[in-house]
Design a protein around this ligand. Structure first.
Ligand code: ARG
Length: 275
């Protein structure tokens, strides 16, 4: 009997993005950033515009936060907050270079009618480390987000929060090593996690798609899924093929310029989950 390809269902999403008007790499807070290497801001803007256009074509809503000079990493809106049930837990960044982004996000959420807007009391880099998977949050730690922030998220959102420990500095945020495909499915790169976290992931998601090292190293896991369509960096070819075999539609995107800051499509995309 031929293997059945599962039917996947897309759900329209609401995203927050920030145009990379001030994008550059002039400090290094992750191993991908090299201030010596030139960046092309105009190209970053074009790649970002393409991403935004694609979301709209796929039926999603994109809201924008104003880019601020001196905050070149602001394009990575995923780090600004975690939003669930209309509640926004606004980031507290580990590095002083990004601290100013917290105020900008807090002001944005306050101005847009969220029922609760709280600034994290511990280091918490938003959806970089706190990924919502159905009624559960998968929460990364090891490089950026403090484990105490996981407990704070549990208290605010009232959902299960499972901690996962990252061990490879190249995969410094959870969203560089794991992507949520829909409420019940994920894909990830096992070697980015501690042995205990690998065991936890195996027990939670026995049928998960596993990325190989080459696809993880081109940020293939920094992907955005609407349940069916999965936008991921274009060089992650084997991962795209695995997604297609599992009934998802891979949508490769060119984010080469944005990768110089250590971020891909997911880093540029914060999901807004209404009440
Ligand atoms: N340069 C940024 C940093 O190191 C990149 C953030 C990428 N965002 C993400 N969600 N992983 O903080």
């Amino acid at each position: 009997m031929p293997n059945r390809i599962p039917e996947r269902t897309a759900r329209p999403r609401r995203f927050l993005m920030c145009r990379p008007t001030h994008f550059t790499v002039d400090y290094a807070i992750n191993p991908w950033m090299d201030p010596e290497r030139p960046t092309d801001t105009a190209l970053a803007v074009r790649q970002w515009e393409h991403l935004r256009t694609l979301y709209r074509r796929l039926g999603h809503t994109v809201e924008l936060i104003e880019p601020l000079p001196g905050l070149p990493d602001m394009v990575y809106t995923a780090n600004g907050a975690t939003v669930l049930d209309g509640r926004a837990l606004v980031a507290t960044f580990r590095h002083p270079e990004r601290a100013g982004e917290s105020d900008a996000h807090q002001a944005w959420f306050r101005a847009h009618g969220y029922r609760e807007v709280r600034r994290a009391g511990h280091v918490n880099e938003g959806e970089g480390d706190l990924l919502v998977a159905g009624r559960r949050v998968l929460a990364g730690t090891g490089f950026r987000t403090d484990p105490a922030a996981h407990a704070e998220a549990r208290a605010l959102f009232g959902v299960q929060v499972l901690s996962l420990t990252l061990v490879d500095p190249r995969f410094y945020h959870l969203d560089t090593a794991l992507a949520v495909l829909d409420d019940d499915h994920v894909m990830y790169y096992p070697a980015a996690f501690s042995p205990d976290s690998q065991a936890l992931l195996r027990s939670l998601y026995p049928d998960a798609i596993l990325a190989d090292r080459a696809d993880a190293e081109v940020f293939g896991l920094n992907a955005v899924s609407d349940g069916r369509r999965v936008l991921l960096p274009e060089p992650a070819k084997a991962l795209a093929a695995q997604l297609a075999e599992q009934g998802y539609e891979p949508w490769p995107v060119d984010v080469s310029e944005l990768l110089k800051g250590g971020g891909g499509p997911k880093c540029c995309t914060l999901e807004l989950r209404p009440a």
